[in-house]
Design a protein around this ligand. Structure first.
Ligand code: SAH
Ligand code: SF4
Ligand code: F3S
Length: 444
């Protein structure tokens, strides 16, 4: 039996795509192996969001053919259609595979150049994935991005926004919950712009407003997922600040299965930089949203807010960066993913002068990190002495169980390995900036 090995770089979309590729390969009789150097087929699911992600792909592609010259190498993901990458790696890769073509994988493995030009870009999402986890699953609700933020490759790499039918998504979730999954993570580049036509009026979609408009938006979708019976959590990423409606905030507040955590990338705190990034909102709008979120989404613990930030965008002055510092002080984030700007091939910002020095970018990143740590620790103090529900994800090398709260806080405690994949209550006794620890109270 022929074997395959998959290497995934990049975001949740890529992880989910790799799960679908694994399912396709299983279906056509391949067997998964952890031993890359012995595999007949090596799949590289690639990412181009930053230079570092891209460089990993170059390094790996060279290594694979060296250590295993008989392996067929498939390159898919966000670099698979980049002409400069194709030129650079033409001797190291056998099949350049746009992700939506995986439905033709069987044919492509015998005829490397076969492509079906008539397929809908969302069709491959119908493939039932081989989920990596037995308790937490990514469920893509769409693919692509139409926003064209000036620094970002995603719209070029993944194409236009397309969305899956609500019924298809709901069926996948029902199936997962039926199998005992405890966490459903709805993913798309911009979940808030989800839109799906109701195709079958008899399909159980009861929401009056949705039926009248004949469309389901993201808040309706969340309510529909929430109404599936079972004990599970719903998460979603990523939200774009320009598309969050009051109704969505209401849906998150009211749906008991939807985790009280919002990842809302701000990217910068300065209006001129935001305009130059083509983010299409002003910081006043962003802060207004944060106010509404904090006011309306109430549970026992404060709603958690996390973000993505880019420091050192072309032309960002010290004063403009100072506005991002102010943003951090105002919002009081629980977590922030801070990236130093790197110019990306083919984007609008690539043509702007990358004029903030590497040293200055690092200094700005460190400054934000310092504020984040102080604020996140203050936020976590509110957990001291509280009993929180945790979904256990695994056991670390020291034997401690770890998992997350619905507010996405990592919790560590001693307990039975059998709790992995289950909900338990933990009483928090110690807090750090990015983690909590405590003692086991009860299981469900
Ligand atoms: N769709 C999501 C994020 C996708 S990319 C959104 O709209 O927020 C994930 C993060 O990578 C971005 O939020 C951004 O902070 C970072 N990123 C994207 N392009 C970058 C670049 N050229 N340099 C540095 N960071 C970048
Ligand atoms: Fe990239 Fe902007 Fe689209 Fe996010 S919204 S994927 S940052 S272009
Ligand atoms: Fe990377 Fe593509 Fe995701 S560029 S971050 S893998 S959408």
């Amino acid at each position: 039996m022929k074997t395959y090995h998959i290497i995934t770089i990049g975001c949740q979309m890529n992880k989910s795509d790799s799960e679908r590729i694994a399912a396709c390969l299983d279906n056509i009789g391949y067997k998964k192996t952890e031993k890359r150097e012995q595999a007949d087929l090596v799949v590289l699911t690639t990412c181009g969001i930053r230079q570092s992600a891209e460089d990993r792909v170059y390094g790996l592609a060279h290594k694979i053919k060296k250590e295993n010259k008989n392996a067929k190498v498939i390159l898919t993901g966000c670099l698979s259609e980049r002409e400069d990458v194709i030129k650079r790696l033409k001797d190291k890769v056998d099949i350049w595979l746009p992700i939506n073509q995986i439905i033709n994988l069987k044919q492509i493995l015998t005829d490397f150049d076969f492509r079906n030009t008539k397929i809908n870009p969302c069709d491959y999402l119908k493939i039932k994935p081989k989920y990596t986890s037995v308790f937490s699953a990514f469920v893509p609700i769409g693919n692509g991005c139409d926003n064209f933020c000036s620094y970002c490759v995603v719209p070029y790499a993944r194409g236009h926004e397309v969305y899956r039918d609500a019924e298809e998504i709901l069926n996948e979730v029902k199936d997962l919950v039926g199998q005992g999954y405890k966490e459903i993570i709805l993913i798309a580049q911009n979940v808030n712009s989800y839109k799906s036509k109701i195709r079958n009026q008899e399909s159980g979609i009861k929401n009056q407003e949705a039926r009248e408009s004949n469309y389901i938006d993201f808040s309706h979708l969340l309510r529909l997922v929430n109404s599936i019976s079972g004990d599970f959590w719903v998460r979603f990423v990523t939200s774009h600040p320009k598309d969050i409606s009051d109704d969505l905030i209401l849906a998150i507040a009211k749906c008991e299965k939807v985790c009280k955590h919002i990842h809302l990338p701000a990217q910068a705190g300065d209006n001129d930089i935001l305009a130059s990034m083509n983010r299409k909102y002003k910081i006043e709008h962003y802060l207004e949203l944060i106010k509404k979120i904090k006011k309306n989404i109430k549970s026992e613990l404060p709603v958690a807010i996390t973000t993505d930030i880019i420091v050192g965008f072309p032309g960002e002055t010290k004063e403009q960066f100072g506005n991002t510092v102010k943003l951090f002080e105002k919002v009081k984030y629980d977590m922030a993913y801070i990236a130093r700007y790197s110019p990306r091939y083919g984007t609008a910002a690539e043509k702007m002068k990358d004029d903030v020095t590497a040293h200055e970018k690092r200094k700005r990143e460190e400054k934000l990190m310092k504020i984040l740590k102080k604020i996140a620790l203050e936020n976590n103090q509110k957990y001291l002495g509280k009993v929180v529900k945790v979904l256990i994800e695994g056991q670390n090398k020291k034997g401690f169980l770890f998992g997350k709260t619905e507010t996405n806080k990592i919790v560590k405690f001693s307990g039975d390995k059998d709790f992995v994949g289950k909900f338990v209550d933990v009483k928090i006794e110690k807090v750090e900036e990015f983690g909590l620890s405590g003692v086991f109270k009860k299981n469900y």
